[in-house]
Design a protein around this ligand. Structure first.
Ligand code: 5GP
Ligand code: MG
Ligand code: MG
Length: 187
């Protein structure tokens, strides 16, 4: 879906599709360089967090010039719709055994970071060789928490954004750009 179709719902386009793709290509060159050092012959395991990370996972995986496997987790964070509590429930677990594997978590956005810090600890407890994090977007709040993010696409202002996988009430995920939702949509 093009941003023209929902222009009235958007306060501002923050990142165009082209800008996102350029940045993902840069991140992939970094991931490849690190993979060349760390590789033990097994493919890097990309773990996408459903549903928001679907678009970034699809573009990242296809841009990478190294062998990868893809797996998915769905988690739900208790709390209000706009604030996560850090108490997390697994809705869909991985199909892959992590023992000895190099894991790269692929996320859409880091806000408080509570969900991700829980996820990193959970995956670390399964005996992988390493767990790293790649997030497309990061909000200012995230600097307060202690999650090591090895790959970050963009630091963005503290606004509610949609598009490129990110939803509001399950809408706008198929918008190609990342945009700030206009307040009249949720007020
Ligand atoms: P955290 O645990 O880091 O506070 O929560 C991160 C999750 O909250 C993201 O995976 C996403 O589902 C949701 N989230 C946080 N900020 C935004 C935002 O600006 N837009 C959308 N659509 N979701 C957000
Ligand atoms: Mg997410
Ligand atoms: Mg959501």
């Amino acid at each position: 879906m093009d941003s023209d179709d929902v222009r009235g719902d958007l306060a501002e386009v923050l990142l165009t599709e082209q800008r996102i793709h350029e940045r993902i290509a840069e991140l992939c060159r970094e991931i490849e360089a690190r993979d060349a050092e760390a590789s033990d012959g097994t493919p890097l395991l990309l773990v996408g967090v459903l549903k928001g990370a679907v678009m970034v996972m699809a573009d990242l995986a296809r841009e990478l010039r190294i062998p990868v496997q893809m797996d998915w987790m769905a988690v739900s964070s208790y709390g209000s719709s706009t604030r996560s509590s850090g108490v997390v429930r697994i809705l869909k677990d991985l199909d892959t055994e992590l023992a000895g594997r190099r894991v790269l978590i692929v996320e859409d956005i880091l806000d408080s970071g509570l969900t991700l810090s829980w996820l990193v600890e959970n995956l670390r407890s399964r005996g992988p060789a390493s767990v790293e994090v790649c997030t497309l977007l990061r909000k200012p709040e995230a600097v307060k928490i202690r999650v090591d993010v090895q790959y970050c696409g963009f630091d963005i202002p503290n606004a509610f954004v949609i598009g490129y996988g990110l939803d509001y009430a399950e809408r706008y995920r198929n918008l190609r750009d990342v945009a700030v939702l206009a307040p009249h949509v949720y007020q």
